[in-house]
Design a protein around this ligand. Structure first.
Ligand code: PNS
Length: 162
């Protein structure tokens, strides 16, 4: 049986912490879907299709294996995407207690809705303080985001600064 997992998120933008989790998850599953989910509660910096493209380029640049599919999902529940692609597992990176508090209700709802289990994964501690919102704030104020994001993302943010 093929083992398929999903790493969902806003990825606005994808960070080095995300890439670290994606790399570790891709090692554990036959196919890993990285899914950019449109979150109507968050105002976005980067359009969804560009977020997908940046993740694809970052994955390629990092030399990650070719069992990773990058997609977007705006049709509704994440569990519907999981069911559609045959995934029974969602993987989320956990940096701290606040992430556990934020992720736990979503994980339980996803399990109640469709029996999708969520596995929490620890990223490399060096990335533990990095978040997309921090990157957006540093970029908006003209700071250097290169320590926190893949090269292609830093270039994209530079090109769209202003
Ligand atoms: O990176 P984020 O913003 O923390 O990711 C949250 C995300 C997009 C994974 C979550 O909001 C989500 O799964 N949204 C899809 C809608 C859904 O399925 N909601 C019900 C269960 S949370």
């Amino acid at each position: 049986m093929s083992r398929i997992a999903v790493v969902p998120g806003s990825f606005d933008p994808v960070t080095l912490g995300h890439i670290d989790v994606i790399a570790r998850a891709a090692d554990l599953y036959d196919t890993l879907h990285v899914v950019v989910v449109h979150n109507p509660n968050k105002s976005a910096l980067i359009p969804v299709e560009q977020r997908v493209m940046l993740i694809e380029k970052a994955i390629h640049a990092a030399g990650l294996p070719n069992n990773i599919v990058v997609a977007s999902w705006s049709e509704g529940l994440l569990v519907d995407y999981c069911t559609q692609v045959g995934a029974k597992v969602v993987i989320k990176g956990i940096r701290n207690q606040a992430d556990v508090t934020y992720e736990t209700p979503m994980a339980l709802v996803n399990r109640n809705l469709a029996g999708i289990e969520t596995l929490f994964m620890l990223p490399e501690p060096g990335h533990a303080y990095v978040s997309s919102s921090l990157v957006r704030q540093v970029a908006a104020l003209g700071g250097d985001v290169r320590p926190y994001v893949p090269h292609v993302v830093a270039e994209h943010l530079d090109a769209h600064a202003g």
